[in-house]
Design a protein around this ligand. Structure first.
Ligand code: ZN
Length: 374
C-alpha cells in the first residue's frame, strides 16, 4: 500500500516536472555538471524529497482523521443503541408533601421548637424529604420552614410551615384530667375542628386507642396516677411513685411516648392526702421528689367548676371566660364529664375571638404551682 502510494507520488512528481520544463536547465547543467545524478539535478531531487515528505504527512493525517471520525461515529451509534434499549419513563406527577401538624404554628419565646416533619408520597419512587429553615425561639417573629422533595425524573414538590415565636401573652392551656373516657373522642373532634392542642392528664381508665389518638393528634399527655385512688397513692411515697410509673408505662406502651409531665390528683395543694399519709406531710415530699425524678408537675390557675361545684355547661363556660388571664391560663377540666366537654367549643370560640392562643403544656411551660398545704 505504502509502496504503491510512493510510486504513484513519484509519478505525480515526474508529471509536475514534465509539465513545467525549466528553460534554464541546459545552461544550469553547464554551470554544475558534477551535480547530475540519476538524470536529475540535486535541486530537483531535494524538491521531490519534500513532495514525498509532505505526501507522507498528508497520508498519515488523513488516515488518523478518518480513523478518529470512524471511532466517533461508532461510539455515537453505540450510545444511541443503548439508549434505544431503555424504555422512556413518562412521569409528570410530582410527589406530594403532607405536613405533620399544622401549616401555621406558634411557640413561646425561650421555649423549644420541635420540628414535626412531613411525609412524602410519590407515584413511582420514594423521594427524600429536604427540610430547610430554622426557628430561633429566643427571638420573637415569624419563621418559615421549607419542605421539598424531587422524584426520579425531576418533578418537584414544595410545602412550607409558618412558625411564630410569640410572647406569653393571652395563652390558654386547656387541660383535661381523669380520662380517657366516654367523652374523650367527642372532645378530640372539637379540638381537631379548631386545630387546637390540649393537655390530657391520664389515668388507668379508658381505652389505649383513645390514648393513642390523643398522642397522634398532637396533644400533650401527662400522668395523673394509674389508680387515682387517694387512699392508696397518698399512703406513702413508694405507693405514689409505683402508681405513677404504672401509668407512665401504660402511656408508653400505647403511644411509644414516655411522659414526664404530671399532675397530682387533687393538685399539689390538696389536703385530702392528710387523711392517708400518717401525718408524714406527703405532698411536701412528693412535690420535691417529682423534680428529683425528672418530672414536671402542673397545677392550674383556672378552675372550671366541673369537679363538683356545678354540672351546668353554661356555668363552666362563664367560670373559665371570667377567669382568663392576660398572661397564661391553665384551665382545669375533666374529659370524663359530658357537661364539661360540652363547654369546650364555646370556650375555644371566645378565646379565638378575643386574641387568645391555645397551646399544650410542655416541660418549659408555666406550671401554676399551688402552695403545698401538707
Ligand atoms: Zn383527677
Amino acid at each position: 500500500m505504502l509502496k504503491l502510494f510512493m510510486r504513484s507520488f513519484r509519478g505525480v512528481a515526474q508529471l509536475v516536472e514534465q509539465r513545467s520544463p525549466k528553460p534554464c536547465v541546459a545552461s544550469s547543467s553547464l554551470a554544475t555538471p558534477a551535480t547530475k545524478y540519476n538524470g536529475l539535478s540535486m535541486a530537483k531531487k531535494r524538491r521531490y524529497r519534500w513532495f514525498r515528505i509532505i505526501g507522507f504527512v498528508l497520508f498519515f493525517m488523513f488516515g488518523l482523521v478518518n480513523l478518529g471520525m470512524f471511532l466517533v461515529v461508532m461510539i455515537l451509534e453505540d450510545e444511541r443503541y443503548i439508549a434505544s434499549l431503555k424504555p422512556e419513563i413518562v412521569d409528570e406527577q410530582a410527589p406530594t408533601i403532607v405536613l405533620n401538624g399544622a401549616s401555621e404554628t406558634k411557640v413561646l419565646v425561650n421555649s423549644k421548637y420541635e420540628e414535626p416533619g412531613a411525609e412524602v408520597f410519590d407515584n413511582r419512587s420514594e423521594p427524600e424529604l429536604k427540610i430547610e429553615g430554622e426557628v430561633n425561639t429566643s427571638i420573637t417573629g415569624d419563621y418559615v420552614i421549607k419542605y421539598s422533595a424531587i422524584d426520579e425524573v425531576g418533578n418537584e414538590a414544595e410545602a412550607t410551615r409558618k412558625v411564630s415565636v410569640i410572647e406569653p401573652y393571652r395563652i390558654i392551656y386547656l387541660t383535661f384530667d381523669d380520662g380517657p373516657g366516654q367523652y374523650t373522642a367527642e372532645l378530640l373532634d372539637i379540638l381537631k375542628k379548631y386545630n387546637i392542642h390540649a393537655t390530657f392528664f391520664v389515668t388507668g381508665a379508658g381505652s389505649d386507642e383513645l390514648l393513642k389518638r390523643e398522642y397522634e393528634e398532637g396533644h400533650a399527655i401527662g400522668l395523673h396516677t394509674f389508680s387515682h385512688n387517694y387512699s392508696y397513692i397518698y399512703t406513702s411515697s413508694d405507693a405514689f411513685w409505683a402508681d405513677l410509673i404504672r401509668v407512665q408505662e401504660r402511656v408508653e406502651a400505647a403511644t411509644g411516648y414516655k411522659s414526664f409531665l404530671m399532675r397530682f390528683p387533687g393538685g399539689s395543694s390538696n389536703t385530702v392526702s392528710r387523711r392517708y399519709d400518717g401525718r408524714s406531710r406527703i405532698m411536701t415530699t412528693l412535690t420535691r421528689e417529682a423534680g428529683e425524678r425528672g418530672f414536671t408537675y402542673f397545677d392550674w390557675n383556672i378552675t372550671s367548676g366541673d369537679a363538683g361545684e356545678t354540672t351546668s355547661t353554661d356555668v363552666i363556660v362563664e367560670n373559665v371566660i371570667y377567669q382568663l388571664k392576660e398572661g397564661s391560663s391553665i384551665v382545669l377540666q375533666h374529659d370524663i364529664k359530658g357537661f364539661s366537654v360540652a363547654a369546650v367549643e364555646r370556650i375555644i370560640q371566645y378565646g379565638l375571638e378575643n386574641g387568645y392562643t391555645f397551646m399544650k403544656l410542655d416541660a418549659t411551660s408555666p406550671t401554676a404551682h399551688h402552695p403545698v398545704n401538707n
